[in-house]
Design a protein around this ligand. Sequence first.
Ligand code: SF4
Length: 1015
Amino acid sequence: MSPLPPPSRPRPGALPNRPGAPSPAPPTAPIYVAVDVEATANERNNEIIEVAAVIFTSERILERWTSFVRPLRSVPLGTAQLTGITNAMLQAAPPFSSVAPQLRAFIKRHPIVGQSVEFDLKLLAAQGLVLDNPVYDTYELATLLIPDLPVYSLARIAERLQVGTSQEHRALGDCELTAAVFQALLDRIAECDLETLGELTRLAETGQSPFARLFRQVQREKQQETSGAGVGASILQQLRAQAGGGQSEKEGGVDLLYLTTSQRPLDTRALLDTFRPDGPFAEAFPHYEHRPQQMEMLGSVAEAFNNGETLLVEAGTGTGKSVAYLVPAVAHAVEHGETVVVSTATIALQDQLAKKDIPDLQHVLATIGGAPAANGASLPAEFRATVVKGRANYLCLYRWFKLRGNPSLSPADARLMLRLLLWLQTTDTGDVGELRFTDDERRSGVLQAWNRVNAGPDSCPSSCVFQKRGQCFVQRARRAAENAHVVIVNHALLLSDMTTNSGVLPPYEHLIVDEAHHLEDEATNQLGYAFERATVLNFLNQLAEPHADGPRGLLTDLPIRVRTGKTPADVQTDVTRFCGDLLPRIDETRTLTIALFDRLAVFLAGRPQTETDTRLRITQSVRNDPGWTDVEIAWDELSLPLSIIQQSLTSIFEQVYRLPDETMQEQDETLLALTRALRVGTDLRVGAAAALAEPDPDMVYWTEIEGQRGGQSGQHHAPPEASLIPGVAAVEASRTVSVKAAPLHVGATLHADLFLPRRTVVLTSATMTTDGSFDYLSSRLGIEPDESTAVAVDSPFDYRRSALLYTVEDMPEPNRPGYQKGLQDTIIGLCEATRGRALVLFTSYSALQATYRAVKPILEAAGIIVLGQRIDGGPRQLIERFKQHQEMVLFGTSSFWEGVDVVGDALSVLVITKLPFKVPSDPVFQARSEGFVEPFVEFAVPQAVLQFRQGFGRLIRSSTDRGVCAVLDSRVLTKRYGKTFLNSLPGCTVEKGRSIELPARAAAWLAMAGPERKQ
Ligand code: SF4
């Protein structure tokens, strides 16, 4: 495919004229108005403080208008810092009631253009100015036309389009930039050929997209300009070429990976020599730091490859563990022609490996590779690496073409097809991770639409031309993996490949698991399942979905397909009869499904729930509850028709399967659809039977009630059904009740199916030991100590000089009277003394909110900005803000314990508000605890210690960092297990004292000279 046209450049003299220029002639081009609002960003009362509008055409800016607005409350510190608008500047400003009529008169009926403009329009409406002009959002338009931007801020879009910058967060500057961005985006649309524009218009109209008008307008202008001649290559021609007459992928373009006959082990000494301070690696790598700890790990990993071992390596922060395992992995893979799979838990680490560490290593090896080291051994000059994801992440071209040809696309389908049509121009991978779906798209069901065009878990029709031509994205990913020395995956794919043989990963004998402390949780997820009302109803809808003009689905399609093909008469009769008999069963099963989940809701309504935990473990005592009998009866009533459906589908499948090729319409698709229905039906029936009636002692079962999930629930076909049981209140009926299951233990499965089939297994993480021992983690992962080697490599950082661990001795224990007040006072005092620069970690969101509300006004009055997770933004956005500004305090919960990497002074203080024990009511935790003699000591504490160490790891991120970690949970001093937490930390300076002394001590520590700063 050809790449997208290059970014448009600003036209000479276009748009940015200034006030005072001679009055231009009346424009003939369409006129738009860009609007932008700045607001106080108060948590509860968001008020406008500045508003601007700019009227423009494609040629120039025609008029500008702007005004300050006086708010009722003062401007918060964070907003003042962000915008530069202070309370003094607003003192003489008019109230919004005076500004609104001027703004309305200025905007007239022109289409409004803005960046995330819905937010601005809502603010205007909230203050009384409701605008119903047509609206174009540059954020949404950019996601369509520039699908590969990592961030869609106005500045980043403008940068990519090369249309300049503005003083961000001031209304007039943002309006002018928005106008320039919008024009550049229109230029991009105009670069499409007429046929593609027609297709875009059709999809946008079907998808009720606001851009339909724009596409049509550009199409009309282009028709007038070109008299119908297209410019550039047609997207549709290219896609048709793929389907029909396209060239097959060129032979010889792919480097193949062949097993070599080499028996030569890695020369560990030679590898280490390459990394000596005056060695070739140091010469080639500009910021190379020789770290003995990294060498120790590298040597251990090399020996694990040589000896075919299972190795556990804990590598402290700053070790450089990815290079330490990649170098021996690459050396082994190239020498032997074998693939090494590297698995990570998080997208952040996967991205870091794929986009930074591996390209850096490839660059260095290209420079030094092949050069003999001291003893004659050498590193390879090059290697190949690729990222592989699960099938559902890839676009299926076959399904895309089929859906595109559907004359009755739903609006959500059409909106997705619109995005995909433009995206297909640029993507080489077909990986949906390249697309950023907007909130609006998510709400409108775009993810459900994606499920109709992704490669999914099922096998492919033999008639797929994309497969035959080597153009299928899944096939390409697999081929790249087969020929790569290093294949990067995430734990989810690694484990689903282990259980289902997903067909994406090639066979492999060498495995490196990074972030290994997450492997047990991910295995628990992958080996568990959920039984949900929406899933059962979707399954039934696939077979026969109710519509006003009668049901539609596989059961109504099948009789038509056999009738219009060359199907033998007896098969036609049988299939038609089976389908006809099943149709009323589907309605009955739907009713019984709703009845079962209503019964569950009634049962759960009678049991106590906490605000934060709506899970109920299904223990024997729950099963003995008289109310549970009703649930079992409801299940018995449902299981019978589910079995009948299964038997009938099997009979139909056998009939179709026996047919010779091409004797019925869409034979391949029909077989696939039947296979899928049989698989889903079996999974649902067997899973539900085990959870509700015949429990497996090796599984944990529980019910869960989640808040209504709206468009994400998968119920895109129809609104939620009404309750069938009188007395089930609307609130229960509208909630999502599900039954979930997870394995009690995953260690044996991991051992047998993941580790044992591999020759080399390396498990690594910064947190694997508790109190210096690997026993806890290795037992959870099914690794026997006598079958493995374990190495703990210290961090190269000088923690004694860089980190002060301060434990408070006079705070009440968490949940005791006085704790919350003590916590707030201590955070205020500490942050005032250190001028913020603090990350505060919580174990629950409710505690975060309560503390945020209490401390924010006081700290902000002192000039220190307070940011709260989900209050002031999402994690990524908050961390970026936190990195860029001093005098800030950031409050976060679970994801912040691991996901924050802030080097330097911005993060100098870490506050651990509470030891991170799991919630005792967590069903899996509860069930697993029962397997221990002393569950708290043997299970709860080690788990919490690993999390505690992760949290502590946020403080010192480089050899020049200096910081204070304050632990405000006094149990670390008063309880016996407290020592286990403290002993598990690297050897920092430890002090205990009163909370009132902490601020001065922290300020003094930070003021002292730290570790040597690099020049
Ligand atoms: S081979 Fe399968 S996944 Fe690939 S395009 Fe064809 S049907 Fe889709």
